[in-house]
Design a protein around this ligand. Structure first.
Ligand SMILES: [Zn+2]
Ligand SMILES: [Zn+2]
Ligand SMILES: [Zn+2]
Length: 138
């Protein structure tokens, strides 16, 4: 999927910052922290702009948050068929490689449906699997 398609699909106007940030996600298929995004961008962009852009992407369902054990918030592109019902709900797992430290979305593996007791409203589900990725095992 191209950056242009993603912006169009989410009704987002094309700005150079949005394009540059999305280009980074499209090029790298792993979850990225704000710092990694900043470093990989083709143009310089201040932190506040990156932060705001990421938040608008989150709200629109362009990207989702990925929690791993690094203590830093990471983000990954949403799949084309990502279901954003009331909240940013994802049912795939994330895999963190202990050797390269990269976290990947594993869309093929789904988190079993979680049924909460009466009164709880589910907003976000995260499941982290850890081990060694195919490249590091190589
Ligand atoms: Zn999503
Ligand atoms: Zn690895
Ligand atoms: Zn993911």
């Amino acid at each position: 999927m191209t950056t242009e398609n993603i912006l169009r699909r989410h009704d987002l106007r094309r700005t150079s910052n949005r394009t540059a940030i999305l280009d980074v996600f499209v090029a790298q298929e792993v979850a990225l922290s704000e710092r990694e995004i900043e470093e990989a961008m083709s143009q310089t962009c201040d932190r506040v702009t990156i932060y705001r852009t990421l938040n608008s992407f989150l709200e629109r369902g362009v990207i989702h948050r990925v929690l791993d054990d690094s203590g830093v918030m990471k983000y990954a592109l949403c799949a084309a068929d990502c279901a954003h019902h009331e909240a940013h709900y994802h049912d795939h797992v994330h895999f963190k490689c202990r050797m390269c430290g990269q976290t990947t979305c594993i869309e093929q593996v789904q988190i079993p449906k979680v049924i909460l007791p009466e009164g709880f409203a589910l907003e976000e589900v995260n499941m982290l699997l850890q081990g060694v990725c195919p490249e590091c095992r190589g």
